[in-house]
Write a protein that binds this ligand. Sequence first.
Ligand code: ATP
Ligand code: MG
Length: 236
Amino acid sequence: MEFFISGTDTGIGKTVLSALICRYYVDKGLKTAYYKAIQTGAIKKNNGLGSGDVDFVQNFSRAKGYSSLLFKKPASPHYASELENREIILEKLLSDYRSIATQHEVVISEGAGGLFVPLDRKGTTMGHLCREMGVPLILAGRAGLGTINHSALSLNYAKMLGIDRQAVFLFSDAKDPSNLELELDNVSMLKELFGIKHIYRLPLVFGVDVDKMCFGQMEGLYHDFTELVKEKDDLF
Ligand SMILES: Nc1ncnc2c1ncn2[C@@H]1O[C@H](COP(=O)(O)OP(=O)(O)OP(=O)(O)O)[C@@H](O)[C@H]1O
Ligand SMILES: [Mg+2]
């Protein structure tokens, strides 16, 4: 089982979603890996650089985390890599990915930023990485105003690249129940426009901070997640 997690934006909940999905497969007893191919804004560690996303997912899910390229600057990968004079080579990332995939039953990859994020100045994007991996896309987005536009742009780009297997998770601010009708309409519009069966809403919960490694109410969120996807074996 393999999925690529992307988002309508940076900071939208890709890592939180990756942590939930990894935990789901770990709890099923499957040998699960999390792969953050490119981490920009890498954190300083005793013996060099590390990925905050990998640390968060590993700690919450107990999946094994991997990363190929760590860059210091919190910026688009094409730019962060230029600053360090280290070219991003898609084939190298794919080869790392394949080697992880041969050692695990499940691999959950997380992109950096959204699907159109450039990896170089020649037109290679995060979307190409997902397409070349040949895995379904799971898009993280925000429920509410702007959702249809943001999600549709990302899903259309994925389709254009030939990524046809898609699912969407929308994080909703449950504090404002007056938006419920609008959010449910977002879901049905996206289902109709893209023929996607699996579009789910999940709440934003208290106290979660990926960068500060705060898990807050992640356990409650995980419970909601398992309720949503139970009996849907592969999430699709
Ligand atoms: N379901 C949620 N409940 C509560 N807070 C959330 C949730 N999802 C995301 N957040 C908040 O948004 C922040 C960013 O989420 P996350 O790190 O998952 O985004 P991302 O898309 O992976 O960002 P990046 O592009 O940096 O990888 C989290 O630190 C957390 O504070
Ligand atoms: Mg992330």
